[in-house]
Design a protein around this ligand. Sequence first.
Ligand code: TNX
Length: 535
Amino acid sequence: MRQHRRTTRILGSLLLVTAAGAFAVGAAPAGGTPEGDTPTPLGRVIPAPASVKTGGAPYRITDSTRIHVDDSREARRIGTYLADVLRPSTGYRIPVTDRQGTGIRLKLGSKDASLGDEGYRLDSGRQGVTITARKPAGLFHGVQTLRQLLPAAVEKDSVQPGPWLVAGGTIKDTPRYGWRGAMLDVSRHFFTVDQVKRYIDQLALYKVNKLHLHLSDDQGWRIAIDSWPRLATYGGSTQVGGGPGGHYTKDDYKEIVRYASSRFLEVVPEIDMPGHTNAALASYADLNCDGVAPPLYTGTEVGFSSLCVNKDVTYDFVDDVIRELAALTPGRYLHIGGDEAHSTSHDDYVKFMDRVQPVVAKYGKTVIGWHQLTGATPAKGALAQYWGLDRTSAEEKERVAAAARAGTGLILSPADRIYLDMKYTEDTPLGLAWAGLVEVKRSYDWDPGTYLPGAPGSAVKGVEAPLWTETIVTPANIDFMAFPRLPGVAELGWSPAATHDWDAYKVRLAAQGPRWDALGIGYYRSPQVPWTAAG
Ligand code: TNX
């Protein structure tokens, strides 16, 4: 088995070497922004495409370029999105038209079943660039690839000289996993709608398709619930370290969902229970077993709060919250937390989950929970989000693996690999270190398919990078912790295992630096990555 894996790995690197050989023609300096008339090598994108054939003349975007779209609302919308990306830096007002022609073409309704719901094909040559897909999501992902094939300066918000060349050749690309997620904890520190949108745009660039919002915790309740209004108005009135906190009105939340969906991300809302509930317990005395509301909490301890499992009002509360949240959620999943319920006895935990999971189903949603849910009885179709570490006990790993063998799908978020709130090194000014220090190579260099011993590869539905915000306060803080690790998680979720190769990846990663500079993303300049001087 081990020998077999190794062979696959070597084959994988050979594939990349071949690709790199093709790139050598007119290749840019390693990791650098191609200069002058040298286009970015096809395939130097993140996530690595499933297949790349280089060759042929490049296409040049000029002031006479048109974006030709199918006569469909979705294709037109994606065309307009692309025109908006290109306008500030090229200075061209590129028209989007449903008339036929050469230039940039965005075509839906491909008959190629192998493209699935998110795949696309990109053909580039002297006459133009054509992206075809079966579904709008695939077209949108293809547009993200096209963006990355253009010089980094395309991301600037003022007119740049160009030239705007796209290398010739063909990319055919489909994702390895359907769940490529990022979680933002808006409870420990609150982030505004605009700040969340900024993160959504960053995620979309790397084909991430789930935004998990951790909407409640001990320090703050962040979503308006009409039937329990004090949750947001009082429970949301502070955050870690004190300060004003905040919450989303239903309209705010709908706007996040709408914006995410315009970037082909599904929002997965989380209400954490039965632990991590101090903000709710502080808002309604009735929810407490002793009928006494605790004070609001602004520290960073975990595991001290619990809903009162043996009180009926608890389930009225849960039903109302899930009903109202489900009504705001076009996506399939609703996350019920379930982690670190250290103040709930095991029997109570099982009892609670047995009662709460059917409520999620009653309102038409599918349960996802942190992997402690596998210590109870996961509902049929439920997903468990694994956040263990290398050093997690074999017993705990086996509990999760056994659930996976019995049909529970897994989302992998190993904390000592892809928790974006872990410090990179001892000197990282932000973040925590309880799971260990997580440099860029460590966060990239593992295989979701074989990660959890005893769990069948088919149980793994994808990966997700959580960003807990005990120490994260501003969008600049988010940037610094997410970049450069987030693109690696996106690649683990999207790219075939055969493309996995740190040495090749780090060069593609370095090439993203100038792009982040252009986008105003302040990233961690890890010494493990060969950044260019200019980047
Ligand atoms: C563990 S992981 C938590 C969070 C903390 C995080 C900090 C998990 C499901 N729970 O409550 O914010 O560590 O890294």
